[in-house]
Ligand binder design. Structure first.
Ligand code: PLP
Length: 417
């Protein structure tokens, strides 16, 4: 199989003009991968800047509620900027420095990858532009606020559905015109080679830590590992720690949205609605219609509503090494509430898909089952969406009051109250 393929999936379907840039990137990535000093520099930065290793938390109360089945949670929410995205961006940032480039661009859905990239760019002294679907800009304003405060330029993309896939197209367009000094920090394990492999490599830190931690805490490998799947980077991150252990079942949880039967979801591997195709530089399962046009996706979690999926996960699906299920928006909100109340952990809506999938399946497992859930991020950024879903009247009154205050200030610019 040629380079960059995982079974029938992957490859590098890129415009001629980007060939040289991809060749340079692949060479830089391969050299870094062969250089033990690079990985140890990466681990040191992640330890001293991002808070790695992230803990593994035994979910004592939830476990008790499931008859003593043991639930462990890998706390990627405790990374700098609140998600696993920090691992990938810092890795690529160190690579950008090695390549001598001075500007980075990125696309973002939930905004988590954008904030992480803007943070990395600020720290490493790089110019930064972030493309974001206009719809995502509207629903993830807190993250847009942080990106701008960190010094990044955020460009709302108004084409198409105004979500992640449109942001990816715009970022690509920028790159074609700016590749000499610019690196495109792809946020997930998708896109043309070497991105799926490179992003998975940076995220493998999750799996290698988790494997050692669960062996120490549970005394054995888990029976099952659950991770949510947008593009697939946090899933690939944790799965890699257990790929060589055939008895460990790997389960990816996709966005079931309003339910698979409604068509309003983003389940590429867990539904029959996706087809294998080539788009955005690589071959994988895409939610597309008979003419190859991308379908509209839906999820309560902005970071999961992407139309494609990592070619590496597509291959794990095809070979049966990983299993894919979907959790609906309603199940996810319930799972998040349960996680908060039982364990005092505020997970991101994306990550709560993994929790929802795990909790749904847990009653059907033997009583001595050990499961590991990758909690990819924290939920602070989702406060508006979650408060909407929960219809919290006190929150609504607070927002109303804030809105009144801003309106008053706009009418009386001299009034600083
Ligand atoms: C917290 C969180 N989890 C998961 C995802 C999905 O991405 P991936 O599948 O690459 O891990 C995102 C994407 O923005 C995210 O913000």
């Amino acid at each position: 199989m040629s380079q960059g393929y995982f079974g029938a999936f992957g490859g590098a379907f890129i415009p001629e003009i980007l060939h040289q840039t991809f060749a340079e990137l692949t060479a830089a990535y391969e050299a870094a991968r062969a250089d033990a000093d690079f990985w140890s520099e990466y681990l040191t930065v992640m330890e001293n800047y991002s808070g790695r290793p992230t803990p593994l938390t035994y979910a004592e109360n939830l476990s008790a509620a499931f008859g003593g089945r043991r639930i462990y949670i890998k706390r990627e929410d405790l990374n700098q900027t609140g998600a696993h995205k920090a691992n990938n961006v810092m890795g690529q940032g160190l690579l950008v420095k090695r390549m001598g480039k001075s500007r980075v661009i990125a696309e973002t859905g939930a905004g988590q990858h954008g904030v992480a990239t803007a943070t990395m760019a600020a720290r490493l002294g790089l110019e930064c532009t972030i493309y974001m679907g206009a719809k995502d800009v509207a629903r993830q304003r807190p993250n847009v606020f942080w990106m701008e405060q960190l010094g990044a330029t955020v460009i709302p993309v108004t084409s198409g559905d105004q979500t992640l896939k449109d942001a990816v197209n715009e970022a690509m367009r920028d790159w074609v015109g700016s590749m000499d000094g610019t690196h495109y920090v792809l946020g997930t394990a998708c896109g043309a080679h070497p991105f799926p492999e490179m992003v998975s490599w940076f995220q493998s830190v999750i799996g290698s830590e988790a494997r050692g931690q669960i062996l120490k805490q549970a005394g054995r490998l888990p029976d099952r590992v659950y991770a949510c799947v947008g593009g697939g980077s946090n899933a690939m991150g944790i799965f890699q720690g257990f790929l060589d252990a055939p008895d460990v079942e790997l389960i990816g949880v996709e966005a079931g949205g309003l339910g698979l039967a409604t068509g309003l979801h983003a389940a590429r591997l867990a539904s029959a609605d996706a087809e294998v195709g080539i788009a955005q530089g690589y071959k994988t399962y895409f939610l597309q219609d008979d003419d190859g046009q991308m379908k509209t996706t839906h999820s309560v979690a902005a970071g999961l509503d992407y139309v494609g999926v990592s070619p590496i996960l597509a291959n794990l699906h095809e070979t049966g090494r990983a299993r894919f299920i979907a959790a609906t928006d309603a199940e996810v909100v319930e799972a998040l509430k349960r996680l908060m109340k039982a364990e005092g952990i505020i997970g991101a809506l994306e990550s709560s898909h993994a929790v929802a999938g795990a909790l749904r399946e847990l009653p059907d497992t033997p009583e001595d089952t050990v499961i590991l859930i990758n909690l990819s991020g924290r939920g602070d950024k989702d406060i508006f969406t979650i408060a909407d879903a929960l219809h919290d009247p006190k929150w609504e009154a607070f927002i109303q009051e804030k809105a009144d205050q801003y309106a008053k200030r706009a009418n009386n610019p001299g009034d600083a109250s």
